[in-house]
Structure formats: structure tokens, C-alpha cells
Design a binder for this molecule. Structure first.
Ligand SMILES: NC(=O)c1ccc[n+]([C@@H]2O[C@H](COP(=O)([O-])OP(=O)(O)OC[C@H]3O[C@@H](n4cnc5c(N)ncnc54)[C@H](O)[C@@H]3O)[C@@H](O)[C@H]2O)c1
Length: 319
């Protein structure tokens, strides 16, 4: 069991705190906004109830037990006191992050490993020299209690033993850490998602197919194979000469990145901003919380099925 401090209790922070608690760690959670820290307890309880019901958390995990495993603190100093691992999950603003790291240099325990959840920032130049030997990125995906991927990027001066400690902890919690050899904005999965994003926006904006047809192509075509094979194992099953021929034919031109999508802009102007607004590309009538819960139930069922089926790609077999 490690003592873990999570700084930032927003969308990611409260959920990461829950994952560490379920992994058997003692967690302290803080946020500079008292209302957010207050709300975090109810949010963690609601997720915990769904996880228990879906068999993804032990049945004896009650709200009272959760309150013992994740304690909330208004003071940063109190939050990080005695921490062995400090997770930074505050807003994605360089100035705010740099200011927090300066505070941490003064108050974090000398041995504490410091892990940032930044999405896009090269965080390391923002971190003071005194913390560099123990600074790394652990980048989670939402919802982190169901999505297992965590990108791990060592800071330029981070000691290898700290990377190993964090990676082992993640594996022990059932997560799938992947180690990147260097920082690139968007890591791996978000870069691939960005490339898909370019295509789906162009296909819709250019009138090739509707949003529902594009989703059908993803769900019934791409998605069925991806959970079992990923990309490179699928290529092995396809046969590499076809990959080579497709490359040589050079018949595919990726869409030019554009700063705007007319359809996306119109949806937002019309107030169709997504599930929380009751509509986006699709209509989402009804209670948004129930829709998020329904999404989580389906993800849980899928995870459980995939666990049983197993994958054919694996880190142990690659180049
Ligand atoms: N939302 C996602 O899907 C997602 C996924 C992966 C990574 N991230 C990254 O995780 C981090 C947090 O993102 P989020 O979506 O949870 O944001 P959020 O806005 O929901 O939460 C951030 C929280 O940080 C708090 N905060 C700001 N300054 C603080 C400080 N000095 N000390 C303590 N708390 C402070 C804010 O009050 C807020 O509650 C960002 O770096 C983001 O890029 C987000």
C-alpha cells in the first residue's frame, strides 16, 4: 500500500483517486475549489456503486469504506504530507501547473514521486530542478476506472527506479501502462484518435456519409477487430505484402487539417454541445447522468467479455 496524494479533484482527479483507493492505496485528495472538492465525494460514491453492481469493484466497498480510503483536504501541505506518490491533475494551464510545482518543491516529501496527468503539455520544463529526479507523466484516459491504458513518460532526469515503481503499481491495479521513449503531445492513443478525428470530420463535412453511417462503419468494421488485434497484429493477419502494396500505390491522401468544421460549428451555435445538453451529433433526451451510467455499464460488460476472450496482440510478442 502506498500513500498517494491527488491534486485536482475535477473530471480526472476524483476518478483517479478512486482507482488508487480500489487498488488498495491510501489516498488524500485536494482541489483549490472547495465546491469541487465537496462534490468529489458524491461523484466517487456514484461511480463506486456502478462498479460494485457491475462486478468491477469488491461488493464490500461501501461509501463509508471509500471515505476512509480517500480523505479530502483543503490544504496542499496536509494533502502531500507523508505521500509517496503525488499525482497532479489540475487544469491544463502552464502557469497554474508551474505555480503548483513551485509550491510542491517547498512542501512535498523529499522522496515523493511526482506524476502529472497532463494531456498535451511538455510538463518537464515547468518543473523546478529540485523535483526533476522524481518527475514523470502518467497520462490517464477517461473514465480512468474503466479505461485501462496509462501512458508513462519519464522526465529527462527521472530515476529509472521511480518509473519502475509507478509502472508496477499501475499493473497491480489492473491497468495497462505503456512506456513512451519520449514526450510527444497526445502520446499514442490520442494521436491516433486525432487522425481518426480528421477523417470523420472531413467525411461528414464533405457529405460522404452521415454521422450515424460513419459511426456504423467504426462500430461494425474497425472496432470489432481492434480490441483483439490492435493495428500491427491485424497487419500480420492481413499479410504484410498487401500493406506494402497499399503504401506503394500511394492512393490514400489524408485530409488537410482544418481549424474549423462547419457542421461542428453549427451544432455548437444551436446549443447542441453534447450529452450534457441533451443533443450533439445525435439527440440525447432524458437524464444525462443515466446516460453516463448506461455508457459505463456497457463499457464494463465489454471489458468483462474482452477479458474472457483475450487479445492476440501483446507486448511480449512485438519487435
Ligand atoms: N478530461 C479528460 O478527459 C482528461 C484526460 C486525460 C488527461 N487530462 C488532464 O488532466 C488534468 C485535469 O483535467 P480535468 O479534465 O480533470 O480538468 P477539470 O477542469 O475537470 O479539473 C481540474 C481541477 O483542478 C483544480 N485546480 C486548479 N488549480 C489548482 C491548484 N493549484 N491546486 C489544486 N487544484 C487546482 C480546479 O479547481 C479543477 O477542479 C489536465 O492536465 C488535463 O489535461 C484530462
Amino acid at each position: 500500500m502506498a500513500r498517494v496524494a491527488v491534486i485536482g479533484a475535477g473530471t480526472m482527479g476524483h476518478a483517479i483517486a478512486l482507482v488508487y483507493a480500489l487498488g488498495g492505496h491510501q489516498v488524500r485528495l485536494t482541489d483549490s475549489n472547495m465546491m469541487t472538492l465537496d462534490k468529489a465525494q458524491g461523484l466517487m460514491e456514484a461511480v463506486l456503486a456502478t462498479l460494485v453492481e457491475g462486478g468491477e469493484a469488491p461488493p464490500d466497498w461501501t461509501s463509508a469504506h471509500l471515505a476512509q480510503m480517500v480523505t479530502r483536504h483543503f490544504s496542499l501541505e496536509e494533502t502531500v504530507e507523508g505521500a509517496e506518490l503525488i499525482i497532479e491533475a489540475i487544469i491544463e494551464t502552464p502557469n497554474a501547473k508551474a505555480a503548483l510545482y513551485r509550491q510542491l518543491e517547498a512542501c512535498a516529501p523529499a522522496e515523493a514521486i511526482i506524476a502529472s496527468n497532463t494531456s498535451q503539455l511538455d510538463i518537464f520544463p515547468l518543473i523546478p530542478e529540485g523535483l526533476q529526479s522524481r518527475a514523470l507523466i502518467t497520462h490517464w484516459y477517461t473514465p480512468p476506472y474503466l479505461v485501462d491504458l496509462v501512458d508513462v513518460i519519464a522526465g529527462p532526469q527521472c530515476e529509472a527506479e521511480h518509473v519502475a515503481t509507478v509502472t508496477t503499481q499501475l499493473r497491480e491495479m489492473g491497468k495497462q501502462p505503456i512506456g513512451l521513449k519520449k514526450f510527444v503531445p497526445g502520446y499514442v492513443a490520442n494521436r491516433i484518435q486525432a487522425a481518426i478525428g480528421l477523417e470523420v470530420q472531413a467525411l461528414l463535412d464533405e457529405g460522404v456519409a452521415s454521422a450515424a453511417e460513419i459511426d456504423a462503419a467504426i462500430i461494425h468494421g474497425l472496432a470489432l477487430r481492434i480490441p483483439i488485434l490492435g493495428f500491427y497484429a491485424k497487419a500480420d493477419f492481413t499479410g504484410l505484402p498487401l500493406m506494402q502494396a497499399i503504401k506503394r500505390n500511394n492512393s490514400y491522401t489524408p485530409p488537410t487539417p482544418k481549424a474549423q468544421s462547419p457542421i461542428l460549428d453549427k451544432l455548437i451555435t444551436d446549443g447542441r454541445t453534447g450529452v450534457l445538453a441533451g443533443a450533439g451529433y445525435y439527440d440525447w433526451p432524458g437524464d444525462a447522468a443515466a446516460l453516463f451510467e448506461a455508457r459505463d455499464r456497457k463499457l464494463m460488460a465489454l471489458k468483462q467479455a474482452l477479458r474472457e476472450i483475450g487479445t492476440m496482440a501483446g507486448l511480449e510478442r512485438t519487435l
